[in-house]
Design a protein around this ligand. Structure first.
Ligand code: C2E
Ligand code: MG
Ligand code: MG
Length: 728
C-alpha cells in the first residue's frame, strides 16, 4: 500500500503543496491537479488507487468530477471529498455524487496520511469481499446443483435452482422445513443427513431417488455441510445420468449384450458368493455347463445373424425352464434361484445354488437338454440342434468357482465324446447313479400309470388254532419284460421322490380289493398292509384308507396297518390323532419290526396299538442264540403285560416255531409256513392249511402248534423270483 498512487485536486496551491508533503512523507505517491478537468485528464492518462477532490474548484467542481469518475471507474475507486467545516449540505452532496468518504477543512495534517491509508484499506477489503461474493455467485451459478440454505430450525432460508434447470419450484419452499420440500422418503434421508452433519460438523453426502412408480427414477445426490454448526447448506445434484451410465457400464461388464444373461465375470462372482454360502450352510451346489452341439456349423453355413438368433432363443429357454420354484429340494428346504450365464460362444452355464444331493442336478440338466432339442426358428426355418451338458458339484468336484466351471466343462466334453446330446457328471460314478435314479423315478411314475405293482401275500399262522388268520400284503414292482423288483429297492426311493403316497394308496386299494374278494368266497381273513412312516404322517392318510375300504367293501376290522417305530418318533398330538382315528374306524394297528427302531417303551403304553411284530433279526438264531432268546422272552413278557398281540416274523425252522409257541407268541410268520405268494395262490394255501389238518403238533403238548413246512401245504415253487432280495 505504500506504493499507492493518490491524485489530489484542489484549486488552492498551498493546500495542494501541504497535502502533497503530508502524503509523500508517509510514502504515498501523489499527483496534483488544480481543478476537476485536470483531475479527470490525469486519471485518463494513468489510473490511481485513490482520488481526493476539493469541493469548490473552477471549471469542473469536485461533485461533478466525483460523479464522472464514479461513472467511469465503478464502485471500487475510493474518492475522498474535501469539504468545508460543518458544511453538511456539501457532505450530503458528496455522498450523492458517489464519494467514499469526506475530510473537512482545515485538514488534519498530522493524521491525513493515516486517514488516507484507512480509506484505502477499507476500500480494498470491500472490493475483495465484493469479488469473493461475485466469485461465489458465479460458482453457484455454474454449479449443476440446487442450493438450499437451512437455518438452525431446519427451515429453508434460501434456494437457488441448479444451473441450466428450469429451476425448482423455488420460492414457495423458502420458509418451509427442509424435509417437507421433498417426498417423504427423501425428506427423511435429508433430515437424518442434516443431523449427522451438524453433529459431526463435517460434510455429509447422501443419495435418494425421486419419481413415482412407473416413472424414470431420478437419482439425486445431496451434500450437506454446516456453516457455523446451526446454519447449513444442502447442495442437491441430479445424478440420474451418472447412475444410468454406471449401470450401463455394470451391464457391459457383467452381462452379455447378445442374450442379456450374465457373462463369465458376472457368473464367476455370483458363483463364488453362492459357494461361500453353501460352505457356511453345508449345502451342495451344482454347476451345469452346456454347449450346443454343432453350433459352429450354424454360424458357418447360415451366417452369424442366424447364430445369434439361436443363442438368443437358447438363453430365453434357459430363463423359462428353470424358473424359481422349479427346482425341488428333496429336504423341503429352499433350493435357491438358479442363475444362468453365457460364458461366450455357444457355452452357457447354470448354477443350482442349493441341492440336497448331487443326483438332484441331473433331472434339471435333462430337462434343459430336452428343451434345447426343440427346433430353433431362424426366420421361418426350423433348425434342430442338440445340447451336451456337464455337471460339477460343490464341494465334491471342486471348492472354487473356476475349478467347478472347469470340471463342468470337462464333463460336458465327456458328454460330447459319448455321442453328444447327453448329460454327464464330472464324477462318472455319479452319472451312473443319477441316471439310475432318474430311470427309477420315471419307471415308478410309469408303474403307477400302468398299474405295474403286484402284491404278494404272506400268511400269519395263529399258534392257538394253527389257522391262517392274517395275510400280510407285500408289494413288488413288475416292470414290463423285466425282473420283479423287491420293495426295498424302490420303497425308500419312492419316499425320497414323493411317490410313496401314490404307491401306498395303490397297495391299500389292491389289498382291500383282494381281501374283500377272499372274504366273499368264504375265507375268514384279515389283511395287513405296510405303511411307510411318510405315509403315516401325510395329510390325506385317513381319506385314502376310508376310500380304499369303501371302494372294496372290506369291513374295517378286516384291515390291519403295519407301521414302524419311526412313524411314531414324533410322539405328538398328530400321531395320537391319526392312530386314534384309525382305531375308531375299527382298523387294527401293528407295530412292525419291533425292536429295531427307536424303542421307547413309554409310547407302547400310551398309543392305541394292538399288535407287536417281533423283528426277524431276533427270531434269527433261536433257539440257540442266548441273547436273542433273552430279548424275545422280554418282549413277550412285556407284550403280555400290556395286552398286545404278538406276531413273530421270519420263522424259518420248526425249532423256532416250537420255541415261540412255548413262549406264547400269538402268531407266527415266516418261510417255514410260506413265502409270500401271489393273490391267486393264496386261497388254495389258506384252504389247504385250514382244511388239511397236516399241521402236526410240534409243541409242548399243551398247545396245538401247526408247523407247516412248505412241502406239506403243497406250495413248493418259490413264487418270488427274487428271493435273495428279501431281507434276511
Ligand atoms: P416287512 O413288513 O417286515 O415284511 C417282511 C419281510 O420279510 C418281507 O420282505 C418278507 O418277504 C420277508 N420275510 C418273511 N418271512 C421271512 C423269512 O422267514 N425269512 C426271511 N429271510 N425273510 C422273510 P419283502 O417282501 O422283501 O419286504 C421287505 C419290506 O418292504 C417289508 O418288511 C416292508 O417294510 C416293506 N414293504 C413291503 N411292501 C410294502 C408296502 O406295500 N408298503 C410299504 N410302505 N412297505 C412295504
Ligand atoms: Mg410288514
Ligand atoms: Mg417286519
Amino acid at each position: 500500500m505504500s506504493s499507492a498512487r493518490i491524485l489530489v485536486a484542489d484549486d488552492d496551491e498551498t493546500t495542494r503543496l501541504l497535502v502533497h508533503a503530508a502524503l509523500a512523507k508517509a510514502g504515498l505517491t501523489v499527483e496534483l491537479a488544480a481543478d476537476g478537468e485536470q483531475a479527470l485528464a490525469a486519471f485518463a492518462r494513468t489510473p490511481f488507487d485513490m482520488v481526493m477532490l476539493d469541493v469548490d474548484m473552477p471549471r469542473l467542481n469536485g461533485f461533478a468530477a466525483c460523479a464522472a469518475l464514479r461513472r467511469q471507474r465503478g464502485e471500487d475507486l475510493p474518492i475522498i471529498m474535501i469539504t468545508g467545516m460543518d458544511d453538511i449540505a456539501s457532505i450530503e452532496a458528496a455522498f450523492e455524487a458517489g464519494a467514499t468518504d469526506f475530510i473537512a477543512k482545515p485538514l488534519p495534517w498530522a493524521l491525513l496520511a493515516h486517514r488516507v491509508r484507512y480509506v484505502l484499506r477499507a476500500t480494498q477489503a470491500a472490493t475483495a469481499l465484493r469479488m469473493a461474493n461475485a466469485r461465489n455467485a458465479a460458482m453457484l451459478d455454474a454449479l449443476p446443483d440446487t442450493l438450499l440454505r437451512i437455518d438452525g430450525a431446519d427451515h429453508i432460508v434460501e434456494l437457488r435452482a441448479a444451473a441450466g434447470t428450469g429451476g425448482h419450484p423455488g420460492a414457495p419452499l423458502v420458509g418451509q422445513p427442509l424435509a417437507s420440500a421433498f417426498p417423504a422418503a427423501a425428506g427423511a434421508i435429508l433430515a437424518q443427513a442434516l443431523d449427522e452433519t451438524r453433529r459431526s460438523r463435517r460434510p455429509f453426502t447422501v443419495e435418494f431417488t425421486l419419481g413415482g412408480e412407473g416413472e424414470r427414477p431420478l437419482h439425486q445426490e445431496a451434500r450437506l455441510s454446516t456453516i457455523d454448526g446451526s446454519e447449513a447448506l444442502c447442495l442437491v445434484r441430479d445424478i440420474t445420468e451418472r447412475k444410468e451410465y454406471e449401470s450401463r457400464i455394470h451391464r457391459l461388464a457383467y452381462f452379455d449384450s447378445l442374450t442379456g444373461l450374465a457373462n463369465r465375470r458376472g457368473f464367476l462372482e455370483r458363483l463364488e458368493r453362492e459357494i461361500r454360502r453353501a460352505e457356511r450352510n453345508g449345502w451342495r451346489l451344482a454347476v451345469l455347463f452346456l454347449d450346443l452341439d454343432r453350433f459352429k456349423s450354424v454360424n458357418d453355413t447360415l451366417g452369424h445373424e442366424a447364430g445369434d438368433a439361436v443363442l438368443q432363443q437358447a438363453a430365453e429357454r434357459l430363463r423359462t425352464i428353470v424358473r424359481p420354484g422349479d427346482i425341488v429340494s428333496r429336504d423341503g428346504g429352499d433350493p435357491g434361484a438358479a442363475e444362468f450365464a453365457r460364458l461366450g460362444g455357444d457355452e452357457f452355464t447354470v448354477m443350482l445354488p442349493r441341492i440336497a444331493r448331487a443326483e438332484d442336478a441331473l433331472p434339471i440338466a435333462e430337462r434343459i437338454r430336452a428343451c434345447m432339442n426343440a427346433p430353433f426358428m431362424i426366420g421361418s426355418q426350423a433348425l434342430g440342434l442338440s445340447t451336451s451338458l456337464g455337471i460339477a458339484i460343490f464341494p465334491d468336484d471342486g471348492g472354487d468357482a473356476a475349478t467347478l466351471i472347469k470340471h463342468a466343462d470337462t464333463a460336458m466334453y465327456d458328454a460330447k465324446g459319448h455321442g453328444r446330446n447327453a448329460c454327464r457328471y464330472y464324477n462318472p460314478t455319479l452319472t451312473a447313479e443319477a441316471v439310475h435314479r432318474v430311470e427309477l423315478e420315471t419307471g415308478l411314475r410309469r408303474a403307477l400309470e400302468r398299474d405295474e405293482f403286484v402284491l404278494m401275500y404272506q400268511p400269519q399262522v395263529e399258534v392257538r388254532s394253527g389257522r391262517i388268520t392274517t395275510v400280510e400284503a407285500l408289494v413288488r414292482w413288475q416292470p414290463p419284460g423285466g425282473a420283479l423288483v423287491p420293495p426295498l429297492e424302490f420303497i425308500p426311493f419312492a419316499e425320497e421322490c414323493g411317490l410313496i403316497d401314490a404307491i401306498g394308496a395303490r397297495v391299500l386299494q389292491h389289498a382291500c380289493r383282494d381281501a374283500a374278494a377272499w372274504i366273499a368266497r368264504g375265507l375268514d381273513l384279515r389283511v395287513a398292509v405296510n405303511l411307510s412312516s411318510m405315509q403315516f404322517r401325510a395329510q390325506g392318510l385317513l381319506d385314502t384308507v376310508r376310500d380304499a375300504l369303501a371302494a372294496s367293501g372290506l369291513p374295517a376290522e378286516r384291515l390291519e396297518l403295519e407301521i414302524t417305530e419311526s412313524a411314531l418318533m414324533d410322539d405328538d398330538d398328530a400321531t395320537h390323532a391319526t392312530l386314534g382315528a384309525l382305531r375308531a374306524l375299527g382298523i387294527g394297528i401293528a407295530l412292525d419290526d419291533f425292536g429295531t427302531g427307536y424303542s421307547s417303551l413309554s409310547y407302547l403304553k400310551r398309543l392305541p396299538l394292538g399288535k407287536l411284530k417281533i423283528d426277524r433279526s431276533f427270531v434269527n438264531g433261536l433257539p440257540d442264540d442266548a441273547d436273542n432268546l433273552a430279548i424275545v422272552r422280554a418282549i413277550l413278557a412285556l407284550a403280555r403285560h400290556l395286552g398286545f398281540q404278538i406276531t413273530a416274523e421270519g420263522v424259518e425252522t420248526a425249532a423256532q416255531a416250537s420255541l415261540l409257541s412255548t413262549l406264547e407268541a400269538d402268531s407266527l410268520q415266516g418261510y417255514l409256513f410260506s413265502r409270500p405268494v401271489p393273490a391267486a395262490a393264496l386261497e388254495a394255501l389258506v384252504r389247504q392249511g385250514c382244511a388239511g389238518d397236516g399241521a402236526s403238533a410240534a409243541g409242548t403238548g399243551q398247545r396245538e402248534l401247526c408247523t407247516w413246512p412248505a412241502r406239506q401245504i403243497g406250495y413248493l415253487t418259490d413264487p418270488d423270483p427274487n428271493p435273495a432280495a428279501a431281507p434276511t
